[in-house]
Structures are given as structure tokens and as C-alpha cells.
Design a protein around this ligand. Structure first.
Ligand code: MMA
Ligand code: CA
Length: 265
């Protein structure tokens, strides 16, 4: 280097003004080399800076991803643990409910048995009570009712009024046993407690109970409409005797009547 500079000095001192073409070329190429070196150095510096920043960026992004992943992992683990806890508590609850259900089923079956036994007991007591009930003189007992057949005859209303003075009402029929019993009880046409005076063809028992079984004769009730018009028939008679049936007849007809009242203990 000293030689180079020495040469430069030498050249400058020996020929300060007059520069040869060759020396001009030499200094130009030196400057060019210097600039290239400088450029290379600067390029290296830039590259280095670039590499470092890339490295930092890469490091940051990878570490960031790691953080995110580990957060997700933690969250999922927590979620899983919570779910497992919930599942086990629900399983426990379900088992408890199952136990309760089987206990309650057992209890229900026990109660059912009790109910059956008590119903039977109640029926026995009822029939005992019924056996203990009685009817006044002149009245006939069937199950828990007392029946009275009048000796007199009169209209349906007369019959009903008489029954009422006896603490009873015209008879109401709700079973075949009762129908059979009453057929044997009277051997003549007799009033029973049924009429459609309020509304044609709407038959009502005197006690307000609904019409369940009926024992109408054939073509009855006909409201008196045969070949000739017999007139309005709104009250009911039982024919009496074997295969006794019901017939609607004028309420003013004169018949005997059957009263009914509950048997008393
Ligand atoms: C006939 C029949 C009945 C009617 C009575 C009236 C004997 O039976 O037509 O439906 O009620 O007559 O007496
Ligand atoms: Ca009739």
C-alpha cells in the first residue's frame, strides 16, 4: 500500500499537472474497485440485517404459534376434564333416579295390593251393613231398597203423592234383578217412576238418575199412536207377571203403583 501511495505521491510530485492516459486509467479503476468493495460491504450489511430480522421474525412467529397451540391445548384439556366431571355427576344422578324409581314402583305395587284388599274389605262391610238394614212392615226388601205395592188405584200423580207421604217415591228401575223382582211383585198393570211429561220422548226417572237399562214392550213407547190415535201417553206402567214389560200410557189412567225407599240400618 505504501508503494502504491508512494507511487501516487511520486507521480503527483514528478508530474503534477501532466497526467498520462495510463495513469488516468489506473486511478479510475482504483476508484471503481473501491466503490465495488463499498457496495459489496454495504450489500453484506444489508443482507446481514435482512437475515437477522428474518430470523427474529421467524423466531417470533414460531414462538407465537407455540403459545397459541399450548393455550388451545390447555383449554381443551380443561374442557375435557369439566366434561368428564359433568358426565360422572350425571351418571351418579341417573343411578340415584333409577334407585328411586324402583323404590317407588315397589311402593306403588304395595299400595295397589293394599287398595285391592281394602276394596274387598269395603265390599264385605257394605254387604254386612246391607244385611243389617231393614224395611218397615208391609214393605219388601231387595238389596238396599224397600218396595210397597198399593192396594188402591189412581193416576200417576196420585200414586206419586201417596209414595211421598210414605217417605218414598215411585219405583226407579236400574237393573235386570230389579226388573225381574218387580215383575213378580205385581201381577197387574202398575205405575213406575218414569215419564216424558216435560219433553216428548225424553224419559226421566223421578229421582233424576239417567235411563240406563230399559224394558219396553215391542213397539213401545208409542205415545198412543196405533191405527187410531189413543191420545197422549207420557207416563209408564209395568205390565206385571212373567215377561213383564214397560208401556207408556195416559198419566190419567187408574192403576196401582209401586213405591221405593232405602232400607234403614
Ligand atoms: C195398547 C198399546 C199401548 C197403549 C195401550 C193403551 C194394550 O196396549 O197400543 O201402546 O199404550 O194400548 O191402553
Ligand atoms: Ca203405549
Amino acid at each position: 500500500m505504501e508503494e502504491i501511495y508512494a507511487n501516487v505521491d511520486d507521480d503527483n510530485s514528478s508530474k503534477p499537472i501532466q497526467h498520462s492516459k495510463a495513469s488516468q486509467n489506473q486511478s479510475g479503476s482504483r476508484r471503481f474497485h473501491g466503490a465495488v468493495v463499498l457496495c459489496l460491504v454495504l450489500l453484506s450489511v444489508f443482507l446481514l440485517i435482512g437475515l437477522i430480522s428474518l430470523g427474529v421474525h421467524y423466531h417470533n412467529s414460531v414462538c407465537g404459534e407455540d403459545d397459541k397451540l399450548s393455550t388451545i391445548k390447555t383449554n381443551l384439556t380443561e374442557l375435557l376434564q369439566a366434561s368428564q366431571k359433568k358426565l360422572s355427576s350425571m351418571t351418579e344422578e341417573r343411578n340415584k333416579l333409577k334407585t328411586n324409581l324402583s323404590e317407588m314402583t315397589e311402593e306403588r305395587n304395595g299400595l295397589k295390593t293394599n287398595l285391592t284388599e281394602m276394596t274387598e274389605e269395603n265390599n264385605n262391610l257394605q254387604s254386612l251393613l246391607e244385611q243389617k238394614t231393614t224395611c218397615p212392615d208391609g214393605w219388601t226388601k231387595l238389596c238396599s231398597s224397600c218396595y210397597f205395592l198399593s192396594t188402591e188405584s189412581g193416576s200417576w200423580t196420585t200414586g206419586r203423592e201417596d209414595c211421598r207421604t210414605r217417605g218414598a217415591d215411585l219405583v226407579v228401575i236400574h237393573s235386570s234383578e230389579e226388573q225381574i223382582f218387580l215383575s213378580a211383585f205385581t201381577n197387574t198393570k202398575t205405575w213406575i217412576g218414569l215419564n216424558d211429561r216435560d219433553r216428548e220422548e225424553t224419559w226421566k226417572w223421578v229421582d233424576g238418575t239417567p235411563l240406563t237399562v230399559t224394558y219396553w214392550g215391542s213397539n213401545e213407547p208409542n205415545n198412543g199412536k196405533v191405527i187410531i190415535e189413543l191420545g197422549e201417553e207420557d207416563c209408564v206402567e209395568i205390565s206385571g207377571g212373567q215377561s213383564s214389560k214397560w208401556n207408556d200410557i195416559s198419566c190419567e189412567s187408574s192403576l196401582r203403583w209401586i213405591c221405593e225407599k232405602p232400607a234403614q240400618p
